[in-house]
Design a binder for this molecule. Sequence first.
Ligand code: ADP
Length: 483
Amino acid sequence: MRGRAGKFRLTQKFKYLTSMRVALFALILFTAGSTLFGVSVGALAICREQVVLERISEVGEYGKILTNQMASSGYLAAQGLEITTELTAAADIFDGRILVVDKNLRVVADTFNYEVGKILLSQKVIECIRGINTYRVEERDDYIQMTLPVRGGETAENAYAGAIILRASLERETTFLDRVEHTVLIIDLVVLFVVALVAFFCSGRMTKPFKSIVASIQHVTDGYLEDPVSIGGFYEVRRISDSFNEMLLQMKKVEESRQEFVANVSHELKTPMTSIKVLADSLTLQEDAPVELYREFLTDITDEIERENQIINDLLSLVRLDRKDAEMHIAQVSINELMEIILKRIKPIAKRKNIELMFESFRPVLAEVDEVKLSLAVSNLIENAVKYNVEDGTVRVSVNADHKYFYISVSDSGIGIPEAAQPFIFDRFYRVDKARSRESGGTGLGLAITKSVVLRHKGTIKVNSRENEGTTFTVRIPLNFIA
Ligand code: ADP
């Protein structure tokens, strides 16, 4: 109990974390957010690639024009001033720097004028001059660097006269991309905010029926069993409310039958009490009543007490059988021997009405049963066969079995049960003829007890009866007890 209470407290504490509404809200937001993030990152990457590619092609085109001009004017051999102006202009356009390297890796021109005369020992430049890799682009954070060869003479040895290293700034592109990124971020945030609003309302709307169900169930718990839950909307929610209503109906039936049972019990217990009171009153009112009258009335009072006792005993048996945890004392029992014992006990009662008791045993039957309970059940059937029989009638009891079940059948040549009454004979306190049952000491609980015992053995009981011809009860019980 403590564990459950602790768990409940914990759930209460974190109730928002376990709430379906919060889960739905988070799910919608997460799905939308991650999709938005993925799309934005992908789109920005494509955009950046495209912008840089355009810049590379722009710079490349310009670079090619420069190298062609250098090659045709023999710049590297002569180092004319004109081309240096062009170089400076080009470097300005690209907001970068241009270096010119001759065949011997010596820097012959630098728009920044830092490196002129120095030897540039760069792998890229060497590869470029040797014609191994004539076009290289390096992309750094904020600039691109391109190495382009300058063609030289006709022969293979002097095919390249040198190379130019073109460095162009990406500042303009980066600024543009930053602006795009900024705009995308703002759009993302706005969309996410709208999605959060929609998710908030949607999750609220989707979980609203559950709130209504809880309220309705609470209403029923408060005692309003008459008001069924009626909630529309989603199919699943309607299923829950339908199932709940079915359960409510069952509860109502159980409650009704409980009330009916209590009313019946009170009535049945009251009847002998009323008789006792009437008998006792008439004795006290009659001042000099003769001793014989006293004796007669007291005998009647004893009979009524005996009857009250019988009802209480039967009720106790039923209550004990009804308890699901009631123990079953299962043992291997010879059903044939059990029948013989029961029949021997009932024989004197049958004799009073000159009723013939016959026993037919088709085969010896050993079965796993609760001997005391089964004996009570079968006794009720045979006693009824005698009680509701005619003078000089017969009662035939038989025992048979197959590989799975054993069968006990009790047939009588008695008054029979009207067809309309047959569905009710196993109900508590039901009697076809109240007066006759009472006369023969019946409590109306015998068949209810029998049925209960049979059910506890996972068996079945059937009745076959015709009015004024007789009745047959057939009991079928598994040979091996099923727990
Ligand atoms: P009771 O204590 O009245 O016998 P039971 O529960 O044993 O109660 O039986 C219920 C009713 O079923 C009886 O009152 C009787 O009307 C009817 N009944 C039971 N067994 C027979 C039978 N063998 N023949 C005719 N009627 C029977």
